[in-house]
Design a protein around this ligand. Structure first.
Ligand code: S3P
Length: 440
């Protein structure tokens, strides 16, 4: 069920303990990749539990514009009639990727080698985000990509024949790694990427599942060119980045106990679980199993008193999307939490360091904003609330501040929440179903 009536302003307040079992929507990163590889394979790929959030639906729409037939059946399964690496058609209009950095960056990698012209744009947030990080390696491969000043979208891509490179990433980024690997896929001789730290590896896993030759040697990933990609049946795991919100809510609200079913626990994504465990959280992984070439488990969470920590820098890439909600956990922990070395947070859907500093300060938390992180002094007794705060149109800031409201003395009103639809369309109904007092 979607929260179709979700308004742009939402309010949360303290209430009863959270109880129950829930299944969160499909993983956003894996959903994008399933559509892309399904389109580039030969034959019919079926995707179960695809995230039907706005970001992924932008990727679906883009491939439909390029002549790929993608249908959703009555059971919610997406069936993609793959056209092969050389079967895409020139889109007859601009491709609008909405709020989705993943869609824009990965698609640029696909389009760089296609023998046609394409233009990619996005919403206000996406048109501010750095695209030079993909233009630079793709240009080294021979791609012709034009952008606005400072490498901002819209991007204009005139596809061309590419040459193999080995690219050393300046920052850990799964999106940049994936853009290069997807371009290399359609390059005689393939290509390689060297990461400074391991970022999420869904592209590599899914490429292998579709029949590509992918080798990992430490932090170096190589893909061979021109594989025969074979259609697959993909089951998308629950998104740990969405599960993070009910999970932290259950940790923070006294007497709560929640079971999150079928959540992806790929080790490149579980940094938040490690950070929270260091803080004293009780989180149990039950029934570990596999889905779509990815590890999944049920996460059992109980309310736990938390204490502040220094975030180990090596955990940052594996928790990169979870820092807004992690900051809420820190705001309600005993003592100080220190995060640094996370400047990447400034170039996400919003400047997440600034957005969380401003939001938590408004709730009465003592926060110091650093160039590359935050220091937060926790208030385990609860926050003040009674204010209106801004999400900066960022889905994860909106959801984080709403979870914070569950531990405030007075209600918290969060403005500009519409983008919750990009990643977690059922956020409101799932949290309310667990007992949270959250609504328009
Ligand atoms: C993503 C990678 C991450 C993450 C984003 C999704 C992906 O970005 O923040 O939400 O699907 O590859 P970076 O690769 O830029 O760190």
């Amino acid at each position: 069920m979607n929260d179709t009536q979700q308004t742009d302003t939402l309010t949360s307040r303290s209430g009863p303990p959270l109880h129950g079992g829930v299944t969160v929507p499909g993983d956003k990163s894996i959903s994008h990749r399933a559509i892309m590889l399904g389109a580039l394979a030969e034959g019919e790929t079926e995707v179960h539990h695809l995230l039907e959030g706005e970001d992924v639906l932008r990727t679906v729409a883009a491939f439909r514009h390029m002549g790929v037939r993608i249908n959703r059946d009555g059971a919610g399964i997406y069936r993609i009639q793959g056209v092969g690496l050389d079967g895409l058609r020139e889109p007859d209009d601009v491709l609008d990727m909405g709020n989705s950095g993943t869609a824009m960056r990965l698609l640029s990698g696909v389009l760089a080698s296609q023998p046609f012209f394409s233009v990619l744009t996005g919403d206000d947030s996406l048109r501010k985000r750095p695209m030079k990080r993909i233009i630079t390696p793709l240009a080294q491969m021979g791609a012709r990509i034009l952008s606005r000043d400072q490498g901002r979208a819209p991007l204009v891509i005139q596809g061309s024949t590419l040459i193999p490179i080995e690219y050393t990433l300046p920052v850990a980024s799964a999106q940049v790694k994936s853009a290069v690997l997807l371009a290399a896929l359609n390059t005689a001789g393939g290509g390689a990427v060297l990461e400074p730290e391991q970022s999420r590896d869904h592209t590599e896993r899914m490429l292998s599942a579709f029949g590509a030759q992918v080798q990992r040697d430490g932090l170096r990933v190589t893909v061979d060119g021109w594989p025969d990609l074979v259609a697959q049946s993909v089951v998308v795991p629950g998104d740990i980045s969405s599960a993070a919100f009910p999970l932290v809510a259950a940790l923070l609200v006294p007497d709560s106990e929640v079971l999150l079913q079928g959540v992806g626990v790929n080790p490149t994504r579980t940094g938040l679980l490690e950070l929270l465990t260091m803080m004293g959280a009780t989180i149990e992984q039950r029934q570990p199993r596999q889905a779509g070439g990815e590890p999944i488990a049920d996460l059992h969470v109980r309310h736990s008193p938390l204490r502040g920590i220094d975030v180990p820098p090596e955990l940052i890439p594996r928790a990169i999307d979870e820092f807004p909600i992690f900051c809420v956990a820190a705001a309600l922990a005993e003592g100080e939490t220190r995060l640094s070395g996370a400047a990447e947070l400034r170039v996400k859907e919003s400047d997440r360091i600034h957005a969380m500093a401003v939001g938590l300060q408004a709730l009465g938390v003592e926060v110091t904003e650093l160039a590359d992180g935050l220091h937060i002094i926790g208030r385990p007794e609860g926050l003040s609330g009674g204010v209106t705060v801004d999400s900066f149109t960022d889905h994860r800031i909106a959801m984080s501040l709403l979870v914070a409201g569950l531990r405030c003395r007075e209600p918290v009103v969060v403005q500009r929440c519409a983008n919750i639809q990009t990643s977690f369309p059922t956020f409101q109904s799932i949290l309310s179903g667990l007992g949270a007092v959250l609504g328009a």
